[in-house]
Design a protein around this ligand. Structure first.
Ligand code: TMP
Ligand code: ASP
Length: 237
């Protein structure tokens, strides 16, 4: 697999073309952003940690029957994935109230959500990822009704698999964001799953072990990512 030119640089990852038009390489950088790119910092080892974390989660999800773009990890910071046509809609499931839900609805952080909630956001930093719904996504052509139904079903399937995986490591999966895309017409999970795009709390102490440590200036960001990785069986050696 030959790495060719940079196709796109996001806030934390870059995408490179390869000699195969159906495959691209994701490069996980150390860059860390919050508040839609307003705050950026480079955190040592983050690219390596997130690349290995993501590979482990994608393989777990794939084994559980969730179709993903993930092919294989190529190096410490690179993974080979299928070339997707991305759907610009972010799917968020919440098991426990935190983050924007608390701000928006005035509910108490830490409140258990039963049943878990499902929300859609438009992927658009300039507009600060506004909340949308199925009707808006269909009308503006961001996703079809069928795609939205499948995205919702897959996002909840991911919840069943990962809630248990993290629970076995003494962790609460508070919430997470998924992005999907199309590969030759088939809807598959894209982007990444790492502590950058989810909330994970220690089940006993409720200590935050995810990107909220960066957003809230709590320090020990990468140490926390490695701790949750180790607890679920990710190897960082
Ligand atoms: P929120 O509380 O800010 O709405 O975020 C919910 C979860 O989704 C949280 O784990 C962070 C993740 N998320 C992202 O990683 N990127 C995004 O653009 C959005 C909207 C959410
Ligand atoms: N959307 C991600 C976050 O919530 C990244 C960013 O905002 O820059 O932190």
């Amino acid at each position: 697999m030959e790495k060719r030119q940079e196709l796109y640089a996001g806030k934390a990852k870059s995408v490179f073309t390869t000699d195969d038009p159906d495959r691209v390489i994701l490069q996980f950088r150390d860059d860390t952003s919050a508040f839609d790119g307003e705050r950026m910092e480079s955190l040592d080892r983050k690219g390596m940690v997130n690349n290995r974390f993501n590979a482990f989660i994608m393989e777990t999800l794939s084994a559980a029957g969730v179709p993903t773009h993930f092919e294989k990890r190529l190096s410490d910071t690179e993974s080979l994935v299928k070339t997707l046509e991305m759907i610009p809609v972010e799917c968020v499931v919440r098991n426990i109230a935190a983050g924007s839900l608390v701000k928006r609805l005035g509910v108490t952080e830490g409140e258990a959500l039963s049943p878990p909630t499902f929300e859609l956001f438009l992927k658009n930093d300039a507009l600060h990822d506004p909340m949308i719904n199925e009707s808006l996504a269909e009308t503006f052509g961001w996703a079809t009704a069928d795609q939205l139904a499948e995205m919702k079903a897959l996002t909840f399937k991911v919840n069943a698999v990962l809630k248990q995986l993290f629970a076995d490591g003494g962790l609460l999966l508070v919430d997470y964001k998924l992005e999907f895309g199309l590969f030759k017409g088939q809807l598959v999970l894209g982007d990444e799953f790492s502590p950058d795009g989810c909330r994970l709390w220690d089940a006993e102490t409720r200590e935050k072990l995810d990107k909220d440590r960066f957003r809230q200036g709590l320090g020990g960001v990468i140490e926390a990512y490695e701790e949750v990785g180790r607890r679920i069986g990710v190897s960082f050696d």
